[in-house]
Design a protein around this ligand. Structure first.
Ligand SMILES: NC(=O)c1ccc[n+]([C@@H]2O[C@H](COP(=O)([O-])OP(=O)(O)OC[C@H]3O[C@@H](n4cnc5c(N)ncnc54)[C@H](OP(=O)(O)O)[C@@H]3O)[C@@H](O)[C@H]2O)c1
Length: 281
């Protein structure tokens, strides 16, 4: 078992939700962190709270789709702490709406944040890990990376693609002593739903013939609050991925996420389609 003590970890998307919970947990374990997100205020507040002296937690505010921001993250870790031990690729958001109606620009933006920026940041970090012959990359995927749903398949496809990249990277980096882990959260109560609703508002408020289905989707989400997990359920898995001697290729949580993945593995596509389908009005 490795410990977190003194590991230097970059965590993206740490201004709320899973990334924030991961930053808290990793800092508590003694890791030194570079945390990032667009919202400067909550990010700086978290850094102050975790490390009032400002020596062990550094906050870099900015959009992960901006190459200069990604370079600053890596520069901050190397400049302040002299090395990088791990990268937690967590920043991401969802876009809702029927494929027919979501403007391709919105789809591109979602891929830009959830996938291309994650790949680009990983490309910046890998040479440093490779040089030292050690390190971990933890990608926050989703159950939606295995099960795509009507009205959510734009986001779901970003996470499907992330599954493939993560599996490929795992094989490519293993010879260099770098471990790559995918975490598949189920439904977790975070800022995710509000962010998705905000980004998707122009589409879902003008959903035309899909409007009743959009309403059903919202209702289903509200109902799912009963089974929703807490961000720390996932932060715990991030800690496990960073400290386990031989981390598993993939983790899922909480319990309902494991159940859904089991169902996906077990049932034929037609049965899965029946579960996620839009109900007639
Ligand atoms: N909540 C769930 O049910 C769930 C389920 C499966 C997977 N996930 C995944 O978990 C990850 C974290 O989401 P969450 O649930 O914790 O939601 P959240 O509370 O909305 O957190 C998302 C984080 O990503 C950051 N972010 C989003 N776009 C960004 C950008 N362009 N540049 C920099 N940072 C950006 C946000 O910060 P700023 O807004 O300040 O930039 C925020 O810190 C995401 O990858 C999400 O897809 C969530």
């Amino acid at each position: 078992m490795r410990t977190l003590a003194d590991q230097v970890v970059i965590v993206t998307g740490a201004s709320s939700g899973i990334g924030e919970a991961a930053a808290r947990r990793l800092a508590r374990g003694g890791a030194r962190l570079v945390i990032s997100a667009r919202r400067a205020e909550p990010l700086a507040a978290l850094a102050r709270e975790l490390d009032p002296a400002g020596a062990r937690v550094r906050a870099i505010a900015g959009d992960i789709t901006d190459a200069a921001v990604r370079e600053r993250l890596v520069g901050e870790a190397l400049g302040n702490f002299g090395r990088i031990d791990a990268l937690v690729n967590n920043a991401g958001y969802g876009t809702r709406g029927p494929v027919e109606l979501v403007p391709v620009d919105l789809i591109r933006r979602n891929f830009e944040t959830n996938l291309f920026s994650l790949i680009a940041l990983t490309q910046l970090v890998v040479p440093h890990l490779r040089e030292r012959g050690a390190g971990r990359i933890v990608n926050i995927g989703s159950v939606a990376g295995r099960i795509a749903r009507p009205l959510s398949s734009v986001y779901d496809s970003t996470k499907h693609a992330l599954e493939a990249i993560t599996d490929g990277l795992r094989g490519e980096l293993a010879p260099f002593g770098i471990q790559v882990v995918l975490i598949r959260p189920g439904f977790i109560l975070t800022g995710f739903t509000d962010a998705a609703n905000e980004v998707s508002a122009p589409v879902i408020e003008n959903a035309g013939p899909y409007a009743p289905f959009v309403e059903d989707f919202r209702t289903a989400y509200r109902r799912a609050h009963r089974i929703a997990g807490h961000p720390d359920d996932i932060a715990r898995l991030v800690e496990k991925a960073l400290t386990g001697r031989r981390p598993a290729p993939r983790y899922a949580g909480p319990g309902h996420a494991k159940f859904l993945l089991f169902i996906k593995w077990l049932l034929p596509a037609r049965a899965i389609d029946r579960i996620v389908r839009l109900r007639k009005h």
